[in-house]
Design a protein. Structure first.
Length: 426
């Protein structure tokens, strides 16, 4: 593989990080939309803007504001909310576009929720996701993604219990389209809700802190001519003997063998409720995986992801992504692989790419390539983990755009933005 490294945006000096995400506006063509968001607090966007290129990024239009710095619609009393855009996929069978958006609500306010979160209770830190279908003529609909009973969002009462604590769902992973026009997508769902759905006892699976973790729920949508009928597949949960923070940030692929591969973030971090933790000291940090050979109806047991020679893949608690090369049909995984046992969220370098075995879903060790790593003078806490990923329609290269959080020993948000052009065929 060949990697070309480009400084995309210089470092700011005001304690604000810049994050870039990009996508093509249509199923074909070279119209590219680039979003620029500004961040000074963990897991929260201060404001954002976007611009459009009609020639695949060679020239750009002016920036347009998307999220304002002081949005009057972001508060209701002490409660706060935020919207996060998710994946977009075109369904060629039914000739429409499917997109996802998450509504994030902090019951009682963000500061209060984060204090509870650190103490091991994330119940007031809520997500609900919506699916939007838009056909080529501009028609379509938007609806709440449901897997259990509960009310719709009430604009006059954001935190109505029958809404805010039901159908918790964060759909931010990639979505797949089957040959028959069905869609498949993986979501993060509160462990309590998953256990209720699957007839399991959360206090037996995650007794150390049952109100804290998430698991994964893959959902299938069948088009009935007017809308998708969404049904949940088998809930995917993990014991607190294996991951101290449950499962997060799924990425999914349908391999050429037909197998559905699901790779997820776990954690071996020692949490604040360590006295009740069941994770044994020294337990390694992995990326976890499961697979389905029956179209997602059932999944295998959760296992540490590994190379095709059986060697374990050690990886800190960080995000990762699978991308399909549209030229060859091969799948590749991008994320952090350390090569040694690690603990918690760090280190988040090097950033690697590796080809996936199309039959089994393991990582083909001989293809492992370093995209970038910690450079001289950068602290051990530099993060090569928060990235955006597309395949360039002209060059065929994968393009990773990454904000290097923790690049200096000062403010963690003072960071450069780098682009990596990766040609997996060279």
């Amino acid at each position: 593989m060949k990697v070309n490294r480009i400084l995309y945006r210089p470092m700011r000096d005001d304690g604000v990080a810049e994050n870039i995400s990009r996508r093509y506006a249509e199923r074909e063509g070279l119209t590219l939309i680039e979003n620029l968001s500004f961040q000074s607090t963990s897991d929260f966007i201060d404001y954002s803007k976007r611009r459009i290129s009609y020639d695949n990024g060679k020239t750009w239009g002016d920036w347009e504001e998307v999220k304002k710095k002081a949005d009057p619609d972001s508060r209701q009393g002490e409660h706060q909310r935020n919207y996060l855009d998710g994946p977009v996929v075109y369904n060629p069978v039914w000739n429409h576009t499917v997109s996802f958006r998450a509504l994030q609500i902090w019951v009682g306010g963000r500061e209060k929720c984060m204090k509870k979160y650190v103490a091991g209770d994330s119940s007031d830190y809520t997500f609900h996701s919506y699916i939007t279908v838009t056909d080529d003529n501009g028609g379509g609909y938007t609806e709440l993604i449901r897997y259990q009973s509960g009310d719709e969002f009430d604009p006059d009462d954001w935190v109505k219990p029958s809404f805010v604590y039901r159908n918790h769902c964060f759909a931010h992973s990639n979505a797949l389209v089957d040959e028959n026009g069905d869609i498949l997508f993986a979501t993060e769902v509160r462990m309590e809700n998953l256990c209720e759905l699957g007839g399991m006892d959360v206090n037996k699976i995650f007794p150390s802190m049952p109100t804290f973790p998430n698991g994964i729920l893959v959902m299938r949508g069948k088009w009935n001519g007017e809308r998708y009928e969404l049904t949940p597949c088998q809930p995917i949960v993990i014991s607190d003997r294996l991951s101290s923070r449950g499962l997060n940030e799924p990425t999914m692929a349908r391999l050429s063998s037909g197998r559905i591969l699901l790779i997820m973030r776990g954690s071996n971090a020692t949490m604040s409720w360590r006295d009740s933790m069941r994770l044994e000291p020294g337990f390694p940090s992995f990326k976890w995986y499961a697979y389905s050979d029956d179209n997602g109806e059932t999944f295998s047991e959760i296992m540490p992801w590994h190379f095709d020679d059986g060697e374990a893949i050690y990886s800190s608690a960080s995000c990762s992504s699978i991308i399909k090369d549209e030229r060859t049909g091969k799948h590749y995984w991008i994320g952090n692989i350390t090569g040694y046992k690690v603990s918690g969220n760090f280190p988040r370098f090097p950033l690697n790419i590796v080809e996936i075995d199309e039959q089994y879903g393991t990582a083909k060790k001989e293809t492992l390539t370093v995209i970038d790593t910690r450079r001289e003078g950068e602290p051990e806490t530099v993060q090569l983990s928060n990235f955006d990923l597309i395949q360039n329609r002209e060059t065929g290269c994968f393009e990773v755009v990454l904000s290097k959080y923790g690049q200096t020993t000062g403010n963690v948000w003072n960071s450069e933005v780098w682009m990596y052009e990766i040609d997996p065929e060279l």
